[in-house]
Design a protein around this ligand. Structure first.
Ligand SMILES: NC(=O)c1ccc[n+]([C@@H]2O[C@H](COP(=O)([O-])OP(=O)(O)OC[C@H]3O[C@@H](n4cnc5c(N)ncnc54)[C@H](OP(=O)(O)O)[C@@H]3O)[C@@H](O)[C@H]2O)c1
Length: 341
């Protein structure tokens, strides 16, 4: 049977999702965004990608996070998104915040990665074509380039906005000093940085420890946390070993060796706290990030509708007692040994 046309759910803004102002901007972001790093490439089934995207939008997730090289293969997550855009999302384009990034290796030769003006413009043009879009809402410098003058990268971001190819810009994983330079440069050129995208979760607190979460807030910049579930570790996914088809079983970005007996022991302790709160471990892990207003949004990954449904449940309880926080910190006191990246 030919797929029926898609009509977004009438109840998508009925209160299940909440929206937070992104820094000092006018833009509201859903507290939960969906990222397409894994499970939306050309190695995955289009039907599952489509169903997850529809489900997310039907439940108030308006922000979709992409990058030029998401897949595999590189570019194919944007192509998948472009197909859904053409077939079902186009009438809803103005209800969405669609992001992409450039910075990592994308094509061979000297112009296919890092932070030159040449690469950033070429990459964004390719992304727009793949996604069937005229503009993206947020364009990110995906990583700091120590060998390109920061002014060149940042001026390219300014010009991308001036040309209407992106409405806002952000930086991802830039170090502290360089981030301050970026905030100052972009503000001075009438293109204030909208958002910092950083790796942050209960296990990986480096962005908090380096002062980057606070720095973003102090500069009126939003902060969005990626890998909020530490690639699935902070869920019930690995409580009983490594299931077939899971990210750890594929072994590229999360290795089976990461799932140690000590980690599982710790996860069981965290899971017990979550159960006492009436939450799943995934819900508690997201709530732990979202309790802090300076975390504008968390960007979840997903391989099924069920996982997105579970993650949405986090929003029902974002408050923690001091005892709960202390117990989480005690279980994760030696957390650096559990980092997957
Ligand atoms: N800026 C950057 O440099 C950067 C880097 C990485 C990611 N990101 C962005 O952040 C997004 C999210 O990253 P991520 O995929 O690592 O995030 P994550 O949310 O930490 O991990 C997602 C994985 O966790 C598992 N999972 C999710 N919900 C679950 C649930 N309720 N129960 C059990 N397992 C669950 C799934 O694993 P299975 O696949 O095993 O089912 C899913 O693929 C990316 O898509 C991308 O948009 C940005």
């Amino acid at each position: 049977m030919i797929n029926p046309p898609y009509y977004a759910s009438d109840s998508r803004y009925d209160g299940e999702m909440t929206y937070e102002r992104c820094g000092k901007s006018g833009l509201l972001l859903p507290r939960i965004s969906l990222g397409l790093w894994h499970n939306f490439g050309d190695v995955n089934t289009l039907a599952n990608s489509r169903d997850m995207l529809h489900f997310a939008f039907d439940h108030g997730i308006t922000c979709f996070d992409l990058a030029n090289n998401y897949g595999p293969s590189y570019g194919s997550a944007e192509e998948t998104f472009g197909q859904i855009m053409k077939k079902s999302f186009m009438p809803y384009r103005d209800e969405m915040v669609i992001t992409t990034k450039a910075g990592y290796d994308m094509w061979p030769g000297p112009y296919g990665e890092w932070g030159s003006r040449k690469y950033l413009f070429a990459s964004l043009h390719q992304s727009l074509r793949r996604m069937n879009l005229d503009y993206v809402d947020i364009f990110y410098s995906h990583r700091f380039d120590p060998n390109t003058p920061m002014e060149e990268t940042l001026q390219a971001l300014v010009d991308i906005v001036r040309q209407g190819k992106a409405l806002y810009v952000g930086i991802s994983q830039w170090p502290y000093e360089a981030s301050q330079f970026a905030y100052d440069y972009l503000a001075a050129h009438d293109t204030p940085c909208l958002i910092y995208q950083g790796r942050y979760n209960m296990i990986d607190r480096r962005k908090e420890e380096e002062g980057i979460v606070r720095q973003a807030a102090e500069n009126g910049v939003g902060f969005t946390a990626f890998s909020p579930l530490e690639q699935g570790i902070l869920t019930d996914r690995y409580l009983n070993g490594i299931p077939e088809g899971s990210r750890a079983s594929i072994g590229k970005f999360l290795k089976p060796d990461n799932i140690t007996p000590e980690l599982i022991e710790c996860l069981k302790g965290l899971n017990a706290i979550a159960e006492r709160r009436g939450q799943t471990l995934a819900e508690m892990s997201l709530a732990w990030l979202l309790k802090d207003q300076s975390v504008t949004s968390v960007i979840i990954g997903s391989s099924s509708i069920g996982q997105i449904r579970d993650s949405l449940g986090a929003l029902k309880n974002l408050s923690f007692s001091p005892e709960e926080l202390k117990e989480i910190d005690r279980l994760l006191a030696d957390r650096s040994r559990f980092l997957s990246r």
